[in-house]
Design a protein around this ligand. Structure first.
Ligand SMILES: *Cc1c(COP(=O)(O)O)cnc(C)c1O
Length: 221
């Protein structure tokens, strides 16, 4: 496990960008890795784990006894929202109005506020994950109507085959507008194993790192 090396890379990248390492939360992406790895991470002080499938996340969340904030980072189907809300405390990947609608409906009666990020597409391509920039305001406004939702910020993935610095610079501009409209939505979930330094340079507050900590992903049941 290369947790210390990744923590050091985050700290170095933060300082290089004139930021404090403490401003950045490491979400370890445990998808495809077994529950025992999550327990090991918890023993090493990791408090945030990311999963991208409802069933797999739900199974691990029920097995891990250590305190863990579970982040849902994958493409979400409307019919899975209800079950994701049973174990996740953060959803990063709301990219459609119908998902926001379903979340607002399903959070009623929750004990804890659900943190939600709106995922924005940085390549403008149709059919890929992420809302268009022009859709962000409407999705976020709907989420913000619920007292049980904390509209936390934006999430993005750098498009494959493009310079991540250009992509995250674009994200920084999108985010500046977003924060003007939603002043409390200060989180920025961006950066994975291959591009976390670039994401931190352009303002990421949450990096989602899997393979550079846990190795290449095995297939999971
Ligand atoms: C798998 C995944 C990650 C982690 O990717 P690595 O390259 O293994 O660090 C981050 N974000 C999302 C949305 C993912 O699906």
């Amino acid at each position: 496990m290369r947790l210390d090396a990744v923590r050091a890379e985050i700290a170095t990248s933060a300082r290089a960008a004139g930021r404090q390492p403490e401003e950045i939360t490491l979400v370890v992406v445990t998808k495809n890795f077994p529950t025992s790895d999550v327990e090991h991470l918890a023993a090493l002080g990791v408090l945030d784990a990311g999963e991208n499938r409802e069933q797999e996340g739900s199974a691990k969340a029920s097995e891990v006894l250590a305190p863990m904030n579970w982040h849902f980072i994958g493409q979400l189907q409307r019919k899975k929202v209800k079950s994701v809300l049973e174990w996740a405390s953060v959803i990063h990947s709301v990219d459609r109005l119908e998902l926001a609608e379903e979340i607002v409906k399903r959070v009623v009666g929750r004990e804890q506020v659900l943190r939600v990020l709106v995922q924005v597409s940085l390549d403008g391509a149709q059919g890929r994950a992420g809302a268009r920039r022009s859709e962000l305001s409407e999705i976020a406004s709907l989420l913000a109507t619920s007292p049980m939702v904390y509209l936390a910020g934006l999430m993005a993935v750098a498009p494959l085959g493009q310079d991540p610095r250009a992509a995250f610079q674009n994200l920084q501009a999108i985010r500046a507008d977003f924060i003007r409209e939603f002043p409390g939505a200060l989180w920025c979930s961006a950066g994975m194993s291959g591009d976390l330094a670039a994401a931190i340079e352009f303002g990421a507050t949450h990096v989602r790192v899997g393979s550079s900590i846990l190795g290449s992903r095995p297939t999971f049941g």
